[in-house]
Design a protein around this ligand. Structure first.
Ligand SMILES: Cc1cc2nc3c(=O)[nH]c(=O)nc-3n(C[C@H](O)[C@H](O)[C@H](O)COP(=O)(O)OP(=O)(O)OC[C@H]3O[C@@H](n4cnc5c(N)ncnc54)[C@H](O)[C@@H]3O)c2cc1C
Length: 416
């Protein structure tokens, strides 16, 4: 069923009796060409592009909970492509271009809003670093715009420019950055993949792999054993746990990242704003709530809730750039499990086990990557070679010394 304004109008006149479930609820078959483990944003987009672009339709997505129960439904919805390194920037720009056509492509309203992202800088060396980043972005075909303090004072008068410790000296805009309704992305991809024939199986946890003579032939699940020619792991914060069942250790640690939403306010923030002297970022949802977050909780955890010291740290970051936030009441907070890689960059790769593929290490930046991650993972699964924009996202890059260390923090997942 295609969605359209006309369809909404027609259903409104006829008692809304014609709507159908957006995807089927099938029982798993005994065999598939490809099994995707994890029905988050990345798993569902992989299934969508695998079936729609690469024509592989005998596919199942196995999700242990319900669609949207993981990070795809927990993130702060920011999309952007303001990266610098060659291993990253073309990939994220590809992703942003896919976002720009996504709603028409999968015929679903994901509330994609290119309301801009602004990274503030607070010192001369930081400005130089941002100029370098802006040049790298433009070389990769992305948009970037440097703003000085006078321009920001005009555009965003509520910021605290005169904070003696963190004076705002300007910022780097990416006007095409913005926000997307996160769970609608999962629903849109699920609906699109289902329409291509993909089986989306919820409440089906993978509990083991069937590996014979170095080849992965299927999985054990809470709904029984299922065979497949290719198994694609895509479980974000659970990457370490799931790959351990295949006997693999990953260069990934799991940490909690928290998010916060204030009560609804009148429109005040035109776009996404990030603090350059600490870790704090904020946008305003269409309902009026300020949506914000900051650092991960530094300890390792698989809990989907965090701790108070980070709440204090995030609140301090907010107060440092926009003191008016101190008058807003906090409505909700929650946490998600981040798959923090050692250099802060992801993996889309084969493993040493035949037929077993891995996608993960997205840290706290994987939402914006959802379209490109799925597209590139589908490409790898269909052709057994990396997509041209994902050639550096290999599991052996630490062994080879080819880190994609975007932040220059070294092998420190808690700093990325
Ligand atoms: C608070 C917060 C804020 C964030 N903000 C942003 C942001 O603003 N911008 C941005 O780009 N990124 C952001 N992120 C990061 C982003 O959300 C993640 O990197 C991305 O969603 C991870 O990919 P996913 O959607 O596939 O993960 P998930 O939705 O977590 O999907 C993984 C799925 O695998 C399932 N699974 C796990 N184990 C098994 C098993 N054994 N069998 C079957 N299924 C299993 C899980 O149930 C889960 O549904 C944020 C994350 C959080 C938590």
């Amino acid at each position: 069923m295609r969605y359209s304004g006309f369809k909404v109008f027609l259903e409104g006149l006829t008692g809304n009796r014609g709507w159908k479930p957006a995807w089927r609820d099938p029982e798993p078959k005994s065999d598939y060409d490809v099994i995707i483990i994890g029905g988050g944003g990345h798993g569902l987009s992989t299934a969508y592009y695998l079936s729609k672009v690469y024509g592989v339709r005998n596919v199942a997505v196995l999700e242990k909970g319900w669609l949207g129960s993981g990070n795809i439904g927990r993130n702060t919805t920011i999309i952007r492509s303001n990266y610098m390194l060659p291993g990253n920037e073309p990939f994220y720009e590809f992703s942003l271009k896919l976002w720009e056509g996504l709603e028409q492509d999968f015929n679903y309203n994901a509330m994609i809003s290119q309301r801009s992202i602004l990274n503030l800088f607070h010192s001369d060396p930081q400005r130089d670093a941002f100029v370098r980043r802006a040049n790298a972005m433009m070389l990769a075909g992305a948009d970037a715009e440097l703003a000085d303090e006078a321009q920001l004072r005009r555009e965003l008068p509520f910021l605290d420019f005169d904070n003696a410790r963190f004076p705002i000296k300007g910022g780097l805009f990416q006007r095409r950055g913005g926000t997307v309704r996160h769970d609608a992305v999962a629903w849109g991809y699920a609906r699109g993949a289902d329409a291509e024939g993909v089986d989306i199986i919820q409440n089906c946890e993978v509990t083991g792999f069937q590996i014979e003579n170095g080849i992965c032939k299927g999985v054990q699940t809470t709904k029984g054993a299922i065979n497949a020619k290719k198994i694609a792991v895509c479980v974000a914060g659970s990457s370490g746990r799931v790959m351990a069942m295949a006997g693999m250790r990953l260069p990934i640690e799991s940490h909690v990242l928290q998010a916060f939403v204030s009560e609804g306010l009148k429109p005040v923030l035109p776009g996404v704003i990030t603090f350059g002297a600490g870790h704090f970022y904020v946008s305003q949802s269409d309902k009026g709530g300020l949506v914000f977050g900051g650092d991960i909780d530094a300890y390792n955890s698989y809990a989907q809730r965090g701790n108070l010291p980070v709440v204090e740290d995030v609140a301090e970051g907010g107060m440092a750039i926009m003191p008016m936030i101190g008058r807003a009441r906090l409505l909700r907070s929650w946490g998600g499990i981040m798959d923090m890689s050692m250099d802060g960059s992801p993996f889309i790769d084969k493993t040493h086990i035949g037929g077993l593929y891995f996608n993960g290490g997205w840290c706290y930046g994987g939402f914006k990557a959802t379209p490109a991650s799925g597209y590139c993972y589908a490409h790898l699964l269909a052709k057994d070679e990396p997509h041209p924009v994902a050639t550096e996202m290999r599991l052996d890059r630490f062994k080879r010394g080819h880190l994609i260390d975007e932040k220059g923090q070294g092998n420190q997942p808690n700093l990325h």
